[in-house]
Design a protein around this ligand. Structure first.
Ligand code: C2E
Ligand code: MG
Ligand code: MG
Length: 599
């Protein structure tokens, strides 16, 4: 370090002043050297001697000038070298220049710059390698550790993918910050329940190459975590460990005053058995985790099995075929009628998509709607169905048949900000009365995408389009939230309708749900009614409409037209029969069972 500055010495720190001093000093030295001999020996008689003295004076002053300038430029050379090292990325370089001059000040500035460069590089490295919310290494940092374990760990091991299955829901309900805080609290529990222990141990294992044969926890997605377990590959040991992780979440996690329950799903892939690459192993663990997340029950853990990979491959093939099907008109819309419970006349139909596959035959929505939803194909598929159904409804309306058309919509369709406008344009293009259209959305969607829902619902309701909650009672109904969103129709799920024929609590739940629907001012539709008993009970309890196999299965448009014609005939025939006698055979139920029973 340089000495403290003094005001008298300040000019000396100026390089120009120093050079002037040096020049002056050297001129004096040259003069002295040239005149020294004459001072001692008197004036020379020979001019050659005088010239030799002058030359010697100049030569020695030139030598001194060279030495001085070397001394002055050496620190600059060192600075240049250090700057070059820094530019090449060597931040460990030291700036070894200490001088009470301009160059010294430059060196000080460079030192300050270097230390802030080191700090920001360290910060950038931290951000690139670790997750700030939880302090865990991220996927980028984990991958080389997994690769290294695969290469060097002869004992075998595993990757355990842990997902906080309800984190998204928590974020939607309480906000992103609360969800992040819950995850940070959850991570502490995971660490202490796993062989890692603490955040510090985890970190030191990541940073210290000598400790890389030990377990490490990383955050690899918004709610996904991966536990690398070198040396643990026995399925039973892994199952026990997963059990500890689940148990660790038994107690609620505290976020401020809030007590939040975390639900985990755990997927395990082992090496070297399951996969030979790091990225591949993580993918298989994620696949197993997805399976675990879809499993019902308390402890959702799945060990990777090859059939899971086959299912994914099959799904990929299905996606490609579905893409092709949408483009090449392989999709069809079938219609399932609904009748009024009061007089058994047809109130309308529900449009249900079908895929007429060239090899597989008729493929049902359950086999391709989830793939369409995952891949975004549902948007095009959805517009196809809306277009067909609205066109059909408009055609009926033009011929004087005012049949209501119910159309199912998925969350992904609603997420498209243009959805409302597109729907209105389809409706106006076909000249369909909007009051005949009802969109069916699932209860879960109404709960999780409430803000999105409100936006589209408000726009479409203005023109008279109705909204129905589909499959009501299938999930965990949140009546408080549902009552905030206005719905016109509540479709009670068939499991509740089936319960109407039983005795006991299930029947009471169904009865209460129908009553709640009525209290919310909704029209209540009994879905999936299959027996006369269900129809009778649903009607007695106040359901307004009946839909289900008892009335009719979904049909192609041609079959539906024939079905309706037959019903019309059978109504006519009944009148005839009442006049001419009882020998008439009904082909399709045209009356409620109670009436038929009493006939
Ligand atoms: P959903 O909207 O609840 O439709 C009713 C489903 O129950 C239909 O199955 C129908 O065939 C079936 N069903 C009707 N009555 C009965 C009955 O009495 N007993 C039984 N066991 N089942 C009955 P489907 O056509 O296989 O459709 C399944 C689901 O796929 C639909 O449930 C709906 O959520 C979805 N879906 C169908 N078409 C579309 C579509 O065009 N777009 C979207 N986003 N989803 C669709
Ligand atoms: Mg439906
Ligand atoms: Mg339904």
């Amino acid at each position: 370090m340089r000495q403290a500055d003094s005001p008298f010495l300040a000019p000396l720190k100026d390089m120009g002043f120093r050079l002037a001093l040096v020049h002056g000093g050297l001129a004096l030295v040259a003069l002295a050297i040239a005149h020294l001999p004459f001072l001692y020996f008197g004036l020379p008689e020979e001019p050659a001697l005088e010239i030799a003295a002058a030359v010697a004076g100049l030569a020695s002053s030139a030598l001194l000038a060279l030495l001085f300038s070397r001394a002055l430029t050496r620190p600059i050379g060192r600075l240049t070298e250090a700057a070059g090292n820094i530019a090449r990325g060597d931040l460990g370089t030291e700036i070894d220049v200490n001088c009470a001059c301009d160059v010294g000040r430059l060196a000080d500035s460079m030192r300050a710059m270097l230390s802030s460069l080191r700090a920001s590089t360290a910060m950038a490295g931290e951000l690139a390698s670790f997750d700030t919310a939880t302090g865990l290494p991220n996927a980028r940092t984990l991958l080389p550790l997994v690769e290294a374990a695969l290469k060097t760990d002869a004992r075998g091991g595993a990757v355990m993918m842990v997902t906080f299955a309800n984190a998204r829901r928590i974020a939607e309900t309480f906000g992103h910050e609360t969800a992040e805080a819950m995850l940070a609290a959850g991570v502490e529990r995971l660490l202490s329940a796993s062989p890692v222990g603490t955040l510090e141990t985890n970190r030191s294992r990541v940073l210290d190459p000598a400790r890389r044969d030990l377990a490490v926890l990383a955050r690899i997605g918004s709610q996904d975590f991966a536990l690398l377990l070198p040396g643990v590959s026995d399925p039973q040991d892994l199952a026990h460990l997963a059990g500890y992780l689940h148990v660790a979440m038994n107690r609620p996690l505290m976020v401020g005053e809030r007590r939040l329950s975390a639900t985990l799903a755990v997927g395990i892939a082992r090496y070297p058995d399951d996969e030979a690459t790091g990225a591949g192993l993580l993918r298989l663990a994620a696949l197993a985790c997805g399976h675990a997340a879809n499993r019902a029950g308390e402890q959702r853990t799945s060990l990777f099995e090859p059939r899971m990979r086959e299912a994914v491959e099959e799904r990929d093939a299905l996606e490609a075929e579905l893409r092709h099907a949408i483009a090449s008109d392989e999709l069809q819309v079938h219609y399932q009628p609904k009748v009024y419970a009061s007089d058994w006349t047809v109130s309308g139909v529900e449009a249900l998509v079908r895929w007429r596959h060239t090899e597989r035959g008729l493929v049902m929505p359950a086999d391709f709607i989830p793939v369409a939803e995952e891949t975004g194909l549902i948007v095009d598929l959805g517009y196809f169905v809306i277009d067909k159904a609205v066109a059909q409804c408009a055609q009926w309306a033009r011929s004087g048949r005012l049949l209501e058309m119910s159309i199912n919509v998925s969350p992904a369709q609603f997420r498209n900000p243009d959805f409302g406008r597109q729907v209105l344009s389809i409706i106006s293009r076909h000249g369909c009365p909007p009051t005949l259209i009802t969109f069916e959305i699932t209860e879960e969607m109404a709960q999780t995408d409430a803000a999105l829902m409100e936006r589209h619902v408000a726009l479409l309701r203005q023109v008279g389009i109705r909204f129905a909650i589909d499959d009501f009672g299938l999930g965990y109904s949140n009546f408080a939230r549902l009552s905030l969103l206005r719905f016109d129709v509540l479709k009670v799920h068939r499991s509740l309708i089936a319960a109407l024929e039983t005795d006991g609590p299930a029947r009471e739940v169904s009865r209460s749900i129908i009553e709640i629907g009525k209290a919310l001012g909704c029209r209540v539709v009994a879905e999936g009614t299959e027996t006369p008993g269900q129809v009778a009970a649903a009607s007695t309890l106040g359901c307004d409409e009946i839909q289900g196999f008892y009335v009719s299965h979904p049909m192609t448009i041609e079959d539906f037209e024939q079905w309706q014609a037959r019903r019309g005939q059978s109504n006519l025939a009944r009148i005839v029969k009442s006049i001419f006698g009882p020998d008439f055979v009904d082909e399709a139920p045209a009356d409620p069972p109670a009436r038929r029973a009493g006939r």
